[in-house]
Design a protein around this ligand. Structure first.
Ligand SMILES: N[C@@H](CCC(=O)N[C@@H](CS)C(=O)NCC(=O)O)C(=O)O
Length: 218
């Protein structure tokens, strides 16, 4: 049997961004990887150097040896496949497809409803319209959260055990928490958030995030 060397992994990461999700997963998997910090406060993601790495100008990026992988779902699936012992996806093939369905929803519904709350100026240029964009996006976001709220009733995780979907939804809900939205109408999501916050991997990456924010803001 030939021994395949482990690939060299570099995660391009910006604090508070959705790069938190692969960072949690790599930590869960006890993977060896380096973090390349991208200073989103000064738009380092839009510099010519970064655009050469990812022309989309976004994080996360996972560099696997010389290969560049973009898009959170693809990165999460790659990590789950590469580190099967971490059980980041359900074992049953159909439930794996269901996990991809939940991940697609985080990526294509929730995430696009979060960004306009943070950056309304990207979505409108009529004077005085930013507040309205925020309000409409918040109401779309709350419809998304209600779906998770119903699913999480009497459940600890999206599936029987922790999976990548929990990490992805955690990031989504945490963004809303950081926006200071009143989320008290979603107690099941709040409990899921608390449960996720108690995981060793999450604690570690949140501490790390704090240190990167301090560094970038100093
Ligand atoms: N479709 C991409 C979206 C990634 C994305 O929007 N990342 C945000 C951070 S959460 C970003 O890099 N934003 C920088 C910008 O838009 O300038 C994915 O799923 O990876």
């Amino acid at each position: 049997m030939t021994h395949q060397p482990s690939p060299q992994l570099s995660l391009y990461y910006a604090p508070v961004s959705c790069a938190l999700v692969p960072l949690i997963l790599l930590t869960e998997a006890k993977a060896k990887f380096e973090i390349i910090k991208i200073n989103n406060y000064v738009h380092q993601n839009l510099t010519p150097e970064y655009l050469q790495i990812n022309p989309k100008g976004k994080v996360p990026v996972l560099a696997i040896n010389d290969e560049i992988l973009t898009e959170n779902i693809a990165i999460q699936l790659w990590i789950a496949q590469q580190f099967p012992q971490a059980n980041l996806l359900p074992k049953d093939p159909y439930l794996q497809i269901k996990a991809i369905s939940w991940m697609s929803w985080c990526s294509s519904a929730i995430h696009p409803h979060l960004t306009p709350i943070n950056k309304p100026q990207r979505y409108c240029d009529l004077p005085g319209s930013e507040e309205n964009v925020k309000q409409l996006s918040t109401s779309l976001l709350f419809k998304d959260f209600q779906i998770a709220e119903d699913h999480l009733k009497n459940r600890q995780w999206f599936f029987d055990d922790f999976t990548t979907v929990d990490a992805y939804f955690f990031w989504c809900f945490r963004r809303a928490v950081l926006f200071d939205l009143d989320l008290s109408i979603f107690p099941n999501c709040q409990q899921h958030f608390e449960r996720m916050s108690q995981r060793d991997s999450t604690k570690k990456v949140i501490d790390y995030e704090f240190s990167v924010i301090q560094e970038f803001k100093s």
